[in-house]
Design a protein around this ligand. Sequence first.
Ligand code: HEM
Length: 574
Amino acid sequence: MVEVAMTARDEGGPATSGSGVKSPAAPVAAGSRAAGNPSAANALAGSGNSSERSAGGASTAAMPSDSPGSRAAGAGPVDLDDIQGLLRFGFKHHTEALILLLRVKDAAAARSWLAQVQVTSAVTLDPVPPTALQVALTRAGMAALGVAGNAVGGFSEEFLEGMAGDGNRIRRLGDVGASAPELWNWGSGDREPHVAVLLYAMPGHLADLQHTTELGCALGFDVTYRLTTTDMGGREPFGFADGLSQPEVDWDRVLAAQDSEQLSYRNLSCLGEFVLGYPNEYGLYTPRPLLPTSLDPQQVLPRAEEDTSSADLGRNGSYLVIRQLRQDVRGFWQALNARAGGVDVEREALAAHLVGRTRDGAPIVIDRPPPALGSPPASASASPDLNAFTFDADPAGHRCPIGAHIRRTNPRTADLPPGGDGLVSRLIRTLGLNSESRARDLVASTRFHRLLRRGREYGTQVTPEQALRLQTPVESGLHFMCLNANIQRQFEFVQSAWIMSTHFNGLHCESDPLLGNRKPGPGGLRCDYFSMPKADGLTRRLENLPQFVTVAGGAYFFLPGIRALRWLASAASA
Ligand code: HEM
């Protein structure tokens, strides 16, 4: 079977170094703050690395070791031909996309389709093939396929429970009120998909790809939902340039696999933050199912890098989070217009403060001449300085409000809250002993909470000017998708501790201005404010912000390595 592949030019972020990617990483240093002494930031946030256990020595199925600190084993080659392309490419040339949500109706037929479907790998190809296909499975999907329970127990708790499978999780993610799972179109109860098939195509090629895919899987699966997408030309439905900031993934494994304090923000992330089976930012291997080799007699699965006596079901895979986020574009622009007194420039300025970037993508924390309205959206690859900034020079949020969407979702800070270089100052800040440190601590280690975003827009695109004139809402939104190796520490942390938190970084009564559900918390605590502090000491505060985004579906998937997909589809997994 031939795996189709892409070219690295297709990547959303900075280009990586070609197709080889076999360079060894630096040797691993001993001693881990993460292992023995979790940072105050993570202790406070409750995100820590408690789930980042050593996989070393695990030899029984699905039982990663509980010991906190064995080190990464060393660098081997990166198996690009075993990694699904979505981890390396945004498929930006493939402006047409469709996500098929499937449920198993005949397990044997479903397995035989999964055993041979052509999956696009992360290998560079030139020219770019016209289509790409990716496959991801939920826990319910693995059960429906008949995968043995002892093989999957080593997946993370979040994945095993599912996005809508636990009341606490639902509340923490903010999926309440109009966003409650029982109101979703798909994703909760018996509407949880088993498999997501992601189809990407260059213009004019999607219909054929959809036809052959649906025909091919029809014996084994029912298509229960089709998530269609719309090419909005690099903008999301509110009209902002999107897809500008991404972590750069260390495909060349040049970062030393160790948890050393980073005192300045960097955009390069360890491979293991996104791809299972490689060391993460703590210098550890994220837990995943490591199986006795007796469960893999054909040697379909790769062996674990840190323990070659185990078959690694997780290696080269990742967790894929999909959430259908319905956007009230009309409500957004009409609400801002009302607060701007109908003044165009004021409305644009308010919108830019909510996001932290102008509609054309310029970060407002940097002083620059405003771009002409209506000009094409900026792209990070065309203007790299669109991402070359931190918020260090704007600690009070005078330029970019602390609660702006991009400042909440990536505070761009390193391990320690800012302060002097002296030993005492460092100690105070490490322990979070002063109030400033405490407020900052929650955001002090951005590098443990990065997401590789792969979302696609859907529905009807309208301009802000059209939205102001609309009498009734139009249906549009974002199929938010992100990849991460640890759902709890990455997606769930960003969603709950940063986006939904009403006390993010010292703020009160606010949540993310785009995404907040505005539902009062315990004791009627409001969360519908948005403050914009000014250098003259006054703070402009918006109140009664309506809910602009509603969750309409969602699920946690495992995007397996291609060999792992074949193993899951084989009789050996049963
Ligand atoms: C309808 C919902 C959403 C809209 C309209 C939206 C919009 C945007 C926009 C306009 C940007 C700036 C451009 C860019 O850097 O790509 C951005 C950045 C970002 N968003 Fe969202 N977003 C949404 C949902 C989410 C969710 C659910 C998350 C995470 C759970 C998220 C995480 C991020 C991150 C991490 C960034 C990059 C921040 C940076 O590194 O500067 N977004 N979003």
